[in-house]
Design a protein around this ligand. Structure first.
Ligand SMILES: [Zn+2]
Ligand SMILES: [Zn+2]
Length: 149
């Protein structure tokens, strides 16, 4: 049995993986806020670690690091499945809302803290807060987590 399963709202795209994410991160940037409605929280995996089935569309934009990000979303219901940033080669960031057990996936870090909605809180799960995109700091966190998965 897979450790995590999920899919989009209409059910045409499904995901499954046998692994825990390398990092769950909250992004407070204005791009994510517009693309995802309020705030983005995504679980990072290696792109080979998650089996994704169904038809996705791709929208490319410039991310906070200045490098391209490809947003992959269900062609039918528009649900964002994952983002793939060139600043994180070989990785995908799956929107936690698509997981069946999304309540179990809590962010450990957050970025663009300097753009955060002032009323947004957390339950103490977030241990590291960074202003701006903090790509190198997040890569360090990913490497540290790899050994403990
Ligand atoms: Zn769908
Ligand atoms: Zn963002």
């Amino acid at each position: 049995m897979s450790k995590h399963t999920g899919g989009c709202h209409c059910g045409k795209v499904t995901i499954k993986t046998d692994l825990e994410p390398m990092l769950v991160n909250r992004c407070n940037c204005a791009r994510c806020r517009k693309l995802l409605g309020v705030v983005a929280v995504a679980a990072m995996f290696g792109e080979d670690e998650v089996e994704i089935q169904g038809e996705v569309s791709v929208y490319e934009y410039t991310g906070g690091s200045g490098m391209p990000v490809k947003s992959h979303f269900c062609s039918t219901c528009g649900c964002r499945i994952y983002g793939k940033a060139e600043s994180f080669p070989g990785m995908i960031a799956i929107t936690i809302g698509v997981f069946d057990k999304s309540l179990e996936l809590k962010p450990k870090s957050e970025i663009f803290n300097n753009y955060k909605l002032s009323w947004l809180e957390d339950d103490g799960c977030i241990k590291e807060r960074f202003d701006e995109s903090a790509v190198e700091k997040r890569l360090m966190m990913l490497i540290e987590t790899l050994e403990n998965r």
